[in-house]
Write a protein that binds this ligand. Structure first.
Ligand code: PLA
Length: 406
C-alpha cells in the first residue's frame, strides 16, 4: 500500500523552537529563558493572579452554571464587558451599538477570525505589517489569503521609532488596505509611538482610507494602567471611523493557556454592525463552532464585580511595575560594568519586551557561555527577569559586546 503521510516533508526549522529546545537540553542549573513572552515572579515562577483563583472558586461554587454550548459569538456578557474594557465605559461607538464583539481564542484567534473575515469581505486584500512585528502576524494574514506588505517602524540606529519612514510608507499604501498596529508594548521592539505621533498616524490612516486592525495583546501590561494602554485605540475609535481590534487576556490576566480574547469590529452604523456580525459568525462556525466557556467565565466574573476588578488592576499594576523596575535594574547593571554603547533604550522601551540590539552571533555566544536564551533578533522578555538574574544577564551582555563586535 502506498503511503501518503510518509512523503510529507518536514516543516522548516523554527527559530523559536530551536531556542526552546536549546534551553530544554541545557543541563546548567543557572539556565535562564528570556525568549518566552510569559510573566514570571521574582522567584522565576509562572503567576496565577489571586483574583483569577477567586473567580474560579466562585464559578466552581455556583451550581447554576452548566456546560451548554455558548452562542457562536461567545458569552454575551463577556463580549460587552470586553468591548467596554478596550473602548472605555463612555464610548460613543458602544452607545450607538455599532461595535461587533466576538469571543475568540485569545489574541491569535481574534486576529485570525478578523483576517478571514477581511479576506472574504474587504475589497483591498493587502495588509501592511510593521517591520519588525510579532512573527506570527505574517502567517496569520498570509494563511487567511491576504497579501502581506510592510511599513517601516523600527530604527535600529536610534533603537526607537522610524516615524518618518512609517508615515512615508503608510502615505503610499493603496486606499482600503489593512494596517496592523500594535496598541501598546510593541512586540518585539518595545517601541511605541507617542500620543502625538499616534495622532499623525491616525490622520494619515484616515486620509488615505486605510483600515486599521489593532492588535491589543498587552492592555495594562505596558504602563500598568488599562486606560492609558488603550489610548491609541480610543483615539481612532473616537473619530467615528471603522477599525478592528484583537484583544487578549493572556498577559494582563495571566490567562495564557485559557485562550481567551475577543475580536471587536467598529462599524459606521448599527445596521452595518448587524450585517457584519452575521458574516463573522459564518467565519467562526465552520472553524470551531463556538468558543470555550471557562476562560470567558473567569474574565466575566472579574469584570462584573467592582471589588474583583479593582483587585485585578492592583495586581496588574504590580506586574507592570516589576517589569519597569527590571528595566531600571538592568540598565544600572550594564552601566556599572562600563559596557560600551548607549543602553538607555532599555529604560525607554515599554512593555514585556526589549530589543537589546545584540546580533545573532552575540545571542548564540550568550546562550553557550552564559546559558541565557533569547530570540535570535536579540529580543528579551523583561517579564522573565528578576533581581537575582539581572547581574547574570548584565555580565553576559558585557562579555558579548566587548568580545564580539556589532
Ligand atoms: N499579539 C502579539 C503582539 C503578541 O506578542 C502575542 C503573543 C499575541 C498577539 C498572541 O497571544 P495570545 O494568542 O496568547 O493572545 N506573543 C508571545 C507568544 C508572547 C508567542 O509568540 O509564542 C511572544 O513570545 O511573542
Amino acid at each position: 500500500m502506498s503511503s501518503i503521510l510518509s512523503s510529507i516533508l518536514p516543516a522548516p526549522e523554527d527559530p523559536v523552537l530551536s531556542l526552546i529546545f536549546g534551553f530544554r537540553d541545557d543541563p546548567s542549573p543557572v539556565k535562564l529563558n528570556l525568549g518566552a513572552g510569559a510573566y514570571r515572579t521574582e522567584e522565576g515562577k509562572p503567576l496565577v493572579l489571586d483574583v483569577v483563583r477567586r473567580a474560579e472558586q466562585h464559578l466552581a461554587n455556583d451550581l447554576s452554571k452548566n456546560k451548554e454550548y455558548p452562542p457562536f459569538s461567545g458569552l454575551p456578557d463577556f463580549n460587552i464587558l470586553s468591548a467596554k474594557l478596550i473602548l472605555g465605559d463612555d464610548s460613543l461607538a458602544l452607545k450607538e451599538k455599532r461595535v461587533v464583539t466576538v469571543q475568540c481564542l485569545s489574541g491569535t484567534g481574534s486576529l485570525r477570525v478578523g483576517a478571514e473575515f477581511l479576506a472574504k469581505h474587504n475589497q483591498q486584500l493587502t495588509v501592511f505589517l510593521p517591520i519588525p512585528t510579532w512573527e506570527n502576524h505574517l502567517s496569520i494574514f498570509t494563511m487567511a489569503g491576504l497579501s502581506v506588505n510592510h511599513f517601516r517602524y523600527y530604527d535600529p540606529k536610534s533603537r526607537g521609532l522610524d516615524f518618518k519612514g512609517l508615515l512615508e510608507d503608510l502615505g503610499s499604501a493603496p486606499s482600503g488596505a489593512i494596517v496592523v498596529l500594535q496598541a501598546c508594548g510593541h512586540n518585539p521592539t518595545g517601541v511605541d509611538p507617542t500620543l502625538e505621533q499616534w495622532e499623525h498616524i491616525r490622520q494619515i490612516v484616515r486620509s488615505k482610507g486605510l483600515l486599521p486592525f489593532f492588535d491589543s495583546a498587552y492592555q495594562g501590561f505596558a504602563s500598568g494602567s488599562l486606560d492609558l494602554d488603550a489610548q491609541a485605540v480610543r483615539m481612532f475609535v473616537a473619530d467615528g471611523g471603522e477599525c478592528l481590534i484583537a484583544q487578549s487576556y493572556s498577559k494582563n490576566l495571566g490567562l495564557y493557556g485559557e485562550r481567551i480574547g475577543a475580536l471587536n469590529i467598529v462599524c459606521e452604523s448599527e445596521n452595518v454592525a448587524r450585517i457584519v456580525e452575521s458574516q463573522v459568525i459564518l467565519v467562526v462556525r465552520p472553524m470551531y463552532l463556538c468558543p470555550p466557556i471557562h476562560g470567558a467565565s473567569i474574565v466575566t466574573t472579574i469584570l462584573k464585580d467592582s471589588d474583583m476588578y479593582k483587585d485585578w488592576t492592583i495586581e496588574l499594576k504590580g506586574m507592570a511595575d516589576r517589569i519597569i523596575s527590571m528595566r531600571q535594574q538592568l540598565y544600572e547593571a550594564i552601566k556599572a560594568r562600563g559596557t560600551p554603547g548607549d543602553w538607555s533604550h532599555i529604560v525607554k522601551h515599554i512593555g514585556m519586551f526589549t530589543f537589546t540590539g545584540l546580533n545573532e552571533e552575540q545571542v548564540r555566544f550568550i546562550a553557550k557561555e552564559y546559558h541565557i536564551y533569547m530570540t535570535y533578533d536579540g529580543r528579551i522578555s523583561m517579564a522573565s527577569l528578576s533581581s537575582n538574574t539581572v547581574p547574570q544577564l548584565a555580565d553576559a551582555i558585557h562579555a558579548a559586546v566587548t568580545r564580539i563586535s556589532y
